[in-house]
Design a protein around this ligand. Structure first.
Ligand SMILES: Cc1cc2nc3c(=O)[nH]c(=O)nc-3n(C[C@H](O)[C@H](O)[C@H](O)COP(=O)(O)O)c2cc1C
Length: 190
C-alpha cells in the first residue's frame, strides 16, 4: 500500500485497533523505520524508557511456537485444523513488536516511564496507520510468564508492557463511541 501522509488529526481519529489481519507480511525495514520516528515521544529526563523485540518474516515461525505453547497449553490435544484456527490470532499478523520498559524502583519514575512508553506505542500505531499498516496493542497474561520472558531475553528489572501485532487488513472496524468533551471536562472554578 502506498504512503498516506495523513494529518495528525486524521491519523488520531481514523486509526483503529486491527484484530483481523490478512496474513500479508510486514517488511522489517518498514517496521524499523516506524520505530525510528516513534522515538520522538516525550519522556522525562530523556530516559527513553523503552526497548523492543521485533519479529517479522523468518523469525515468525519460531515466535509462533512460543506463543502456541503459552497461549494454548493443551495444543497437542487439538486436531491440526482446530490448532490452525486457534493459532490464526497469532499467525495472521505480519509482524510483532514487544515493548519492554525498565521498572524503576522509584514509583514516580516508574509511572513516568510507563506513560512515556505508552506515548511511544501510540506513535508507532499512528505512524503504522499512516503507511496502511494496522496494529493492536495486546496485553495477554503470558507477557509476565517466565518462559516468555526468557524467550525474549527480558532482564530482571524490565517488564514487557505490550505485544504489538502489526499487519495488513481487509476491513477497517467501526470506531467505538467515545465520550464527548463536555462529558469529561469540568471548567475550573465551576
Ligand atoms: C494498554 C492496552 C491494552 C490492550 N490490550 C488488549 C488486549 O489484550 N486484547 C485486545 O484485543 N485489545 C487490546 N487493546 C486494544 C483495545 O481493545 C482497543 O484500543 C479499544 O478497543 C479501542 O479501539 P480502537 O483502538 O480501535 O480505538 C489494548 C489497548 C491498550 C491501550
Amino acid at each position: 500500500m502506498s504512503e498516506q501522509f495523513l494529518s495528525v488529526r486524521d491519523a488520531i481519529i481514523e486509526r483503529r485497533s486491527i484484530k483481523k489481519f490478512n496474513g500479508q507480511p510486514v517488511n522489517r525495514e518498514d517496521l524499523l523505520a516506524i520505530i525510528e520516528d516513534a522515538v520522538w515521544a516525550p519522556n522525562h529526563g530523556n530516559r527513553e524508557p523503552w526497548r523492543l523485540v521485533v519479529a517479522c518474516g523468518k523469525e515468525l515461525s519460531a515466535l509462533h511456537h512460543v506463543l502456541r505453547d503459552l497461549a494454548i497449553p493443551k495444543w497437542q490435544e487439538l486436531s491440526s485444523e482446530d490448532l490452525e484456527k486457534r493459532m490464526m490470532n497469532f499467525t495472521l499478523p505480519g509482524g510483532y513488536a514487544f515493548v519492554i520498559v525498565p521498572e524503576d524502583v522509584r514509583q514516580k519514575e516508574r509511572l513516568e516511564d510507563y506513560a512515556a512508553a505508552s506515548i511511544f506505542i501510540q506513535n508507532i500505531q499512528l505512524l503504522a496507520w499512516d503507511r496502511g499498516i494496522g496494529s493492536c496493542w495486546k496485553t495477554p497474561a503470558f507477557l509476565d510468564n517466565s518462559k516468555f520472558r526468557e524467550a525474549l531475553k527480558v532482564q530482571p528489572g524490565e517488564r514487557v508492557i505490550a505485544m504489538l501485532q502489526v499487519g495488513y487488513f481487509d476491513e477497517i472496524p467501526k470506531g467505538k463511541e467515545r465520550k464527548k468533551s463536555a462529558d469529561i471536562v469540568t471548567i475550573f472554578g465551576e
